[in-house]
Structures are given as structure tokens and as C-alpha cells.
Design a protein around this ligand. Structure first.
Ligand code: N01
Length: 540
């Protein structure tokens, strides 16, 4: 039998199309190039950077430490790049991404300002026909969806926005031009991580700031600061070892796992432990104090109450402090926020908190926002209202698989995706940081490298063995989908109506969208599948 892959037509054909030129897409491009594949990357933005291109709102900053949240594939890159702050700001991360793109000559395969609109599988030729909004069509054997886990902004669904005569901004689509709020009456709608980061910075400029809050967040102090040369030099001296530890870790960051339950220690000891974690400035500092914070309601409530006590100690008005105190979902079942001066912002006389639980928004008017209590006159409205996370960016594309079945049809009741990498019936279409993988529960810089490398090895395996197609086996996919749900059910995560479960998007099927078993275990599953000749997949 001739096992040579069918040659692709030369015109408008590449070996692989990558959707998105953020951190995932750029690394995937680098890897596939090393493998000798011709690759085309399509990026909707007019520059590279993905999340860090779009989310340029005031205060935007990473909540993972910069020396951890960066590529690890190049020891030289690790040594030459200097991060200036413990937590890098959006402009600095974007500069880093540009540096990487230039250093590895990645830009020449990226087509900007071009959105992939459709991808249809040609079963006879085992290739995908990819179409873009610029009228381009291109054929590729492989597609990698590196289109982001939070790249489709949610429609806030508030009536009247079109009638507003002031300025409207979305944190997730912030303009490139300088935005000045000086002397303006500004509203921010939404108090997730984007709102929590933007609010203190907008408050510095605005004449008046009204924050419209539906659900308060748990926000933890970042204790951000400039990095000292001595500490970066110290980490750089052991970067290879540090990177190895990150790769083997549960969440892509290195820490000593807790050994005791929060309920087996006395109040004084527990509070002291929480104080230390609060002072650490680490997003998961509190989460890592005890073994059962995410599995036992009572244990969780001890942390939740500790955070509330901190809010009460910072916010001088007790009624405002209470409104800012989360009480409707367990700690960390929505991603906690890492803040700089968030709660203290509410002590400023020009900042007000509008509680949408008691006074919901009725409509946006030409002059401002009308709640059940009256109208707030405004010059600008900032929507920090979140994303159609994890599945949104894939379902935004008209993806047509085997037998003419669309991904939208297949995922109508929720995503099914073997190892979060390939969905049965959609062969040779891989996803990075998508649903049913560890993605957003980990340091995504580490997760994306793991998935990109797995995909690259898989494509190398296919080519080495003269194979043209990899698909997920339906039974393995069903097992994996069930396993993701079972692991989540052992935690408190499903207790929150969060974007982790699809609950923030009206009509989106509910289900825990992320693999919560840990990156280490996930890596083991992926490696085991590859080692056994891609068990759980069908190769042909
Ligand atoms: O979005 P969110 P985000 N009327 O969905 C409210 C990552 N991130 O962009 O909870 C009024 O968390 C909504 O209220 P409710 C991080 O993983 C990372 O802030 O639905 N309010 C909520 O308060 C994060 O988790 C960094 O009741 C409305 C807010 O808007 C993820 O991105 C920085 C509303 C949305 O919060 C998403 O965060 C920023 C409406 N119609 C983000 N619709 C880093 O540090 C929604 N809301 C790296």
C-alpha cells in the first residue's frame, strides 16, 4: 500500500493554518516551521499579540508573575529578556511578544486584519478549505485553533446603548489611541478581573466614577513592584531548573502543596496563615494554604470570611464594604482578581458603587444609565462585562466537519473534545487552550507550550508514518468529556454561576468547561496517548 500523503495543490495551499497570532499561535508557528511545514497564520487584529493586543484597558496587567508567565522554549530568550515588574503590564507583555516575533522571524507568515470565517473539511482530499473575511480561501491539511480562550467579548445585552451620546468603551476592545477621562463622569459596568484592574486607574482621572456592580469579586492585593536586578539574575541563574519544575507542576507555577485541612487547625493559626498568603501577593496564595479550600464548603468559607474581613478593614463605609463582599459563591470558584488599590478606591469621595442587585439597570439613555432608582448622567461608559469564554472563538467560525456536520451542531449541548485537543468528526483540527483542557485554571504560558508541543509531535508522527488524518475516537471523547465533568463535580467550582460553566452567556449550555485535574495529570494523559500510538484517536 502506498502510504505517501496525497500532495496538496501548490496554489493557495499550505500544510497548516493557524487561527490567531497571540502567544499560542506564534509558538505553534515556530514549532511547525521547525518541523518543515508551510504555515499561514490569520489574525483578526491589525497587529500580533492576541489577548495582550486587545485588552489594553487602563491597568491591564498579568496576574501571574512575569518571570513565570513567559515562553520557556528558548533558554536564550529566557536570559536576554528583562522584565521590569513583578507583574507585567499589558504594554510590556505586548513588547515581549513583539520581541519574540522579531527574534524568531515569525511575522512573515502572519496575515493581519484577517478573520477566519469558515473552515470546511474535504473528506476526499483530507484537507480543510479555509475562508476569510477578506475573501481569501486557502487549503490546509491541518488547522490549529489558537484563537484564544477569552477573545470573544460578551454582548452585555443592556438596551439603549446605541442611543448614548457619550463615549462607549469595552475593556476587551480598548482603542489604541489615548483615552482621557480627565474631568469626565464615567461609569464602569462589571466587577470581574478586568473591571477590578481598570477601576482604580480610571478613578485617578475621572471627575466622578460610578461602578455598576452585579456580583462582587474576591480581589487580592498584587503587591506589584519593580523587579530588582539581583532577583532576576538569581532566577535566571536557575531558569532551566525553574522551567522544568513549572512544566511538571499542577498549575504551571511552582509551590509547596498544602498538606492539612483548613478545618484541622485552630482559628489563630489559620488566620496567621491567611495573613501570610494575603501578604504574598500571589493569585493562588490563599488557595494553596490548605488542601480542602476548593472541595469543602466549610473550609472555603474560612477563606471567604477572611477576605471579607480585609474588605471591611479597607473600605471605610460599612455599607459599601458589605456590598463589595462576595457572599453568593465560594472563594475561587470564579477566578479571583489580583488588584492594586481596588477596595481603597471606594474611599474616594468621587467614587460611588451602584448595587445592581437592588437597583438594576433599566436602560442606557442618551444621557447616561437609568436604574430602577433614577438616571446617572455620564460622559463615558466602560463595559468590563466579560467574554464568551473557551468555546466562543471556535463557534464564531463556521466549522464544517465530516458528513457536513458543523461544530455548532455538535457542541449544541456543550463541547465534546478528546483531551481538549480534537473533536470527533473534525479531523486534523487541533485546539490550544480550548474547552475541556486545563487552560484557564493554569498558568496558560505553560499550558499552551504543552499543547502546542503535543500537536507538533502528533503532526510529526503522522508525517513520519505516511498518515494523513487524525480524528478523535467517539468513545474516548465521551469518556474524556465525562471525566472532565466528574473531576469538576468533586470540587466547589460548579457552585458558581461563572464563565467557567457558561453561565455568563444567556442560552449557553451549562457545564464545567475546564479540566480541573491539574496540568501535571493532563500532561501525563496526553503523553500516554501519544506513547501508545495515539490511543483514543483514529489515525489513517
Ligand atoms: O470578565 P468577568 P472579566 N450588567 O466575566 C458583569 C481574565 N482576566 O473580563 O458576575 C451588569 O469575570 C459580571 O457580573 P456577574 C480572568 O481569567 C485576567 O472581568 O455576571 N453587569 C461581572 O462582574 C478573568 O476571570 C486578567 O453578575 C454585567 C463582570 O461584568 C477573565 O479574564 C485581567 C453584565 C464580568 O466579569 C474574565 O474577566 C482581566 C450586565 N449585563 C481578566 N454582564 C489578568 O490579570 C456582565 N456583567 C491576566
Amino acid at each position: 500500500m502506498d502510504t505517501t500523503p496525497a500532495p496538496l495543490p501548490a496554489a493557495h495551499a499550505v500544510d497548516a493554518v493557524i487561527v490567531g497570532a497571540g502567544l499560542s499561535g506564534l509558538y505553534q508557528l515556530h514549532q511547525l516551521r521547525e518541523l518543515g511545514l508551510t504555515t499561514a497564520v490569520f489574525e483578526a487584529g491589525d497587529d500580533i499579540g492576541g489577548t495582550w493586543y486587545w485588552n489594553r484597558y487602563p491597568g491591564a496587567r498579568c496576574d501571574v508573575e512575569s518571570m513565570s508567565y513567559s515562553y520557556s522554549f528558548s533558554p536564550e530568550l529566557d536570559q536576554e529578556w528583562e522584565w521590569s515588574e513583578r507583574y507585567a503590564s499589558q504594554p510590556e507583555i505586548l513588547r515581549y511578544i513583539h520581541h519574540v516575533a522579531d527574534r524568531f522571524d515569525l511575522r512573515r507568515d502572519v496575515t493581519l486584519s484577517t478573520r477566519v470565517t469558515r473552515a470546511a473539511y474535504d473528506e476526499d482530499r483530507h484537507v480543510w478549505q479555509v475562508s476569510t473575511d477578506t475573501g481569501r480561501t486557502i487549503t490546509a491539511r491541518f488547522i490549529v485553533m489558537a484563537s484564544g480562550c477569552m477573545s470573544v467579548p460578551k454582548d452585555p445585552g443592556i438596551p439603549g446603548a446605541d442611543s448614548f451620546t457619550g463615549a462607549i468603551y469595552y475593556t476587551a476592545r480598548w482603542p489604541r489611541e489615548e483615552v482621557s477621562f480627565t474631568g469626565k463622569r464615567v461609569a464602569v459596568i462589571g466587577t470581574g478581573c478586568s473591571g477590578v484592574q481598570a477601576i482604580p486607574v480610571i478613578a485617578e482621572e475621572a471627575a466622578a466614577l460610578a461602578v455598576f456592580q452585579r456580583t462582587p469579586a474576591y480581589a487580592l492585593p498584587a503587591h506589584n513592584r519593580p523587579l530588582r536586578g539581583t532577583e532576576t539574575a538569581e532566577l535566571k541563574a536557575r531558569y532551566p531548573e525553574f522551567r522544568r519544575a513549572q512544566r511538571l507542576s499542577r498549575g504551571g507555577t511552582v509551590f509547596e502543596p498544602p498538606t492539612r485541612s483548613a478545618l484541622e487547625v485552630g482559628v489563630a493559626e489559620r488566620t496567621a496563615t491567611y495573613e501570610t498568603a494575603w501578604g504574598s501577593g500571589l493569585l493562588s496564595g490563599l488557595l494553596r494554604t490548605y488542601t480542602d479550600i476548593l472541595t469543602d464548603e466549610k473550609a472555603n468559607e474560612t477563606v471567604a470570611e477572611f477576605v471579607r474581613s480585609k474588605i471591611r478593614s479597607i473600605v471605610t463605609d460599612p455599607a459599601t464594604a458589605e456590598l463589595l463582599s462576595p457572599r453568593t459563591f465560594p472563594f475561587a470558584t470564579k477566578r479571583p482578581c489580583l488588584d492594586t488599590g481596588y477596595y481603597a478606591t471606594y474611599n474616594q469621595p468621587h467614587v460611588t458603587l451602584v448595587d445592581l442587585r437592588t437597583t438594576p439597570i433599566e436602560t442606557i439613555t442618551p444621557r447616561g444609565i437609568r436604574t430602577s432608582e433614577g438616571e446617572h448622567a455620564l460622559d463615558a461608559i466602560v463595559f468590563a462585562t466579560g467574554f464568551d469564554a473557551l468555546t466562543g472563538s471556535q463557534l464564531a467560525i463556521d466549522i464544517v466537519g465530516k458528513g457536513g456536520v458543523t461544530l455548532r451542531e455538535k457542541w449544541a449541548d456543550g463541547p465534546r473534545h478528546h483531551l481538549g485537543l480534537v473533536s470527533a468528526g473534525f479531523p486534523n483540527l487541533f485546539t490550544v487552550l480550548g474547552p475541556l483542557s486545563p487552560s484557564v485554571l493554569t498558568n496558560i504560558a505553560v499550558s499552551l507550550e504543552q499543547q502546542v508541543e503535543w500537536i507538533t509531535d502528533c503532526i510529526a508522527h503522522l508525517r513520519r508514518n505516511g498518515l494523513t488524518e487524525i480524528d478523535a475516537a467517539p468513545a474516548a471523547e465521551a469518556d474524556w468529556t465525562a471525566q472532565v465533568a466528574e473531576i469538576a463535580a468533586r470540587t466547589l467550582y460548579p457552585a458558581a454561576a461563572s464563565w467557567y460553566t457558561g453561565a455568563n452567556i444567556p442560552g449557553k449550555p451549562r457545564g464545567f468547561l475546564v479540566y480541573a485535574g491539574g496540568l501535571d495529570r493532563y500532561r501525563g494523559e496526553c503523553d500516554a496517548a501519544a506513547r501508545s500510538g495515539y490511543s483514543g484517536f483514529v489515525l489513517s
